[in-house]
Write a protein that binds this ligand. Sequence first.
Ligand code: BF8
Length: 625
Amino acid sequence: MAKWKAEDKSIDEATQEMIRKAERDGVELVWDRLEKQQPQCGYGQLGVCCKNCMAGPCRIDPFGDGPQKGVCGATADTIVARTVDRMIAAGAAAHSDHGRHVVLALHEALEGNAPYPIKDEKKLRSVAKRLGVETEGRDAQEIAKDVVKIAFDDFGKQDEKLIHFADAYASEKRKEVWEKVGVSPRNIDREVVEIMHRTHIGVDHEPLSLIAQGLRASLGDGWGGSLIATELQDVLFGTPQISKSEANLGVLQEDKVNIIVHGHEPVMAEKVVEAAMDPEMIEYAKSKGAAGINLAGMCCTGLELLMRDNIPIAGNYLQQELAIVTGAVEAMIVDVQCIMPALVDVARCYHTKIIDTSPIASFPGATHIKFDESRADEIAREIVKTAIDNFKNRVQTKVRIPKGKSEAIGGFSVEATLEALGGSLAPLEDAIKSGKIRGIAGIVGCNNPKVKHNSNHIAIVNELIKNDILVIGTGCWATACAEYGIFLPEYAENAGEGLKAVCKALGIPPALNMGSCVDCSRMLVIADLMARDLGVDISDLPLVGSATEAMTEKAVSIGTYFVASGIYTHLGVVPPVMGSQEVINILTKGAMDLVGGAFFIEPNPVKAAKIMAEYIEKKRKALGI
Ligand code: BF8
């Protein structure tokens, strides 16, 4: 039995209710497993253990009594820098491989091998123009082929020049900084591979040089892989527009076949949406005794679908097991990233089928229906049919869907945001200049079971908006806000007078949902646009970043490319760096001199918001506003 209480693990009532149900049903959850891991390895927490070769594993004694060097002579500084680098590499690889899958899907579609028509030709033309592709008098197919060629090149080119997407999207001032410091990404894959090379035993041992390569790989993610994912997903599936949906476990419906799409890549999920909406499939569900099909998202796939198709989202990272605990989910369809392997064990206690679909991500005990773009429609229908066929196995006595859900406005792509502002960022910039809005905070990612679920996310937003700081963000932060009604215009009542007035005039909430984690690239584009408008560098703007419940290696990569893009960035969870004062100094101070951005660590969200507000005021003063 759990030694902890549901109300200590989440601030959300629907979540608490399902945690209690899990306990009654005898289901082990993430918090149980965290407890069983206590005490967690102190060396690992400090980042001072090295298992990069078989002479190890080695660890450095943080108290100075024991070994201060690994077998090869690596110090704590080297080991910590290598640890951070490998986290960045994994995060950048995950985002960028997602980006690659989108390019591949578009490529296959253009070759006539996959059923993905170009949904947003306007976006295609604007991306092409940015990249210098001729658009006049050419049809969408021809233009798209050139865009695909450029995107592929960014994953594979062998020259020393900056990748094309970063070159096309980042302003000259920012590119000069990267060039000067030597962190311009040359090839999205190469920067990741180079980290693996440098951190192999006996290669790079200098913390600054290692961290610089980390910055370079992260930039290949933010201004490369993630940006490509966002832009080409918009081309394939439509650029998000502002619209309303719903969020939290209460979006599940008792009388329908509930299908949850969980993971990250909309290439598969969008096809499941189509199949679930097919009248023939709905009829089939009815023939099996259900009132219809209810499709809901989870994690970043959920945000992709919420942003583009108004599909409700059932939860963020820490709610994935709990969705199954409702006993009302016929199938959870998963692809890649942030999917707990424990889902299969939880599902065994109910009737839910876990269906893994990605050729690169298999889950022991799951039903494997592997996705293949060329047969996308057929496979999506097979998946939906499998879910419907499972409806009869639902055990009514085990079903309990919590009531908790909230309406939420999403869809703040760059394009939709500009449209809401009347065509340009000018109204926002004027509000910043006049001081009604003091600045902007971009928040990213994650839940972490070490942090009370959603508590940091909500506390930091409340504090920031109270201080007239507009908040934009993505990932599990966005789902948390959606669940709390923060993404509704009326929530502006909780903002400071200045921000409240602006939100009321524009009819927008005080915090804007920009989508999934790869859509952090949208925040970069907004920051870059504002810097261009004001004739300054991003690092001069009153902007801050935050990863307040950070958990994944992807969050480390995002935080790092925020920093490398010139943004002061908060981490609410202590990363494994505390074993090296030198690495801490580089990340929290040295980076500021080099790239105009740095990290700060503060587990208390209210204190963090205060530090962010102070930094914004400092930037305003320097700008003379
Ligand atoms: O990419 S916010 S826990 S779901 S990593 Fe994962 Fe973090 Fe959630 Fe999406 Ni992002």
